[in-house]
Design a protein around this ligand. Structure first.
Ligand SMILES: CC(C)(COP(=O)(O)OP(=O)(O)OC[C@H]1O[C@@H](n2cnc3c(N)ncnc32)[C@H](O)[C@@H]1OP(=O)(O)O)[C@@H](O)C(=O)NCCC(=O)NCCS
Length: 162
């Protein structure tokens, strides 16, 4: 436990306002061409409870994050990212697991996401997590003519007690 921040390394937790600078810095590392600014993160966190962001820390601070847009029956994965220094430790998997748990708690039927066809790591993570390709948007990402894959995971519905 870090005495200064009160966070524990490796625990997936809800994103806080104080995480915004770290989230914007991680965006620059992960998505240099389309990084979300601090202003965008403020707007995203202000969109809660429809928006739903979780983070994971290591000893140095926020090391991964992921978020959903809860749109009723379907929840959209807004983003997921893990700092290079912490890749391959199943943090991406744990972030997705937590989002899935949160979606299940809202009785969501399916999770949907969009991924670049050339993003091997993300595609493998999603396939490992049970997502299937629903459709392909050809040459969606420009420049580069890269296809977008729309992937979906169906969640088990809870039985409703009458
Ligand atoms: C995609 C990303 C979040 C994966 O994070 P991670 O914490 O390293 O992934 P995990 O350790 O949880 O991996 C879980 C599984 O995904 C697959 N996987 C993850 N990274 C992989 C890679 N580089 N190559 C192949 N498979 C990979 C593996 O099946 C892995 O399971 P295993 O380790 O038991 O084989 C990370 O690479 C990242 O932040 N990339 C840049 C941002 C990005 O592209 N986000 C997605 C936008 S759609």
């Amino acid at each position: 436990m870090s005495a200064s921040t009160g966070v524990r390394a490796g625990i997936v937790r809800e994103a806080r306002w104080t995480d915004v600078p770290a989230l914007a810095a991680l965006e620059l590392e992960l998505f240099p061409d389309a990084a979300w600014s601090e202003e965008t993160w403020w707007a995203e966190l202000a969109g809660r409870p429809r928006r739903d962001y979780v983070v994971v820390d290591d000893a140095e601070g926020v090391v991964g994050y992921a978020g959903l847009d809860h749109g009723g029956d379907v929840a959209d994965l807004m983003t997921v990212g893990v700092a290079r220094r912490a890749r391959g430790l199943h943090l991406g998997q744990r972030l997705l697991d937590e989002l899935e748990r949160r979606a299940g708690a809202r009785d969501t039927a399916s999770l949907v996401l969009e991924v670049r066809a050339d993003n091997t790591a993300a595609r493998a993570l999603y396939e490992d997590s049970g997502y299937e390709v629903l459709s392909t948007r050809q040459r969606y990402y420009q420049p580069g003519d890269v296809d977008a894959l729309v992937m979906r995971k169906l969640l088990p519905r809870k039985p409703h007690v009458l």
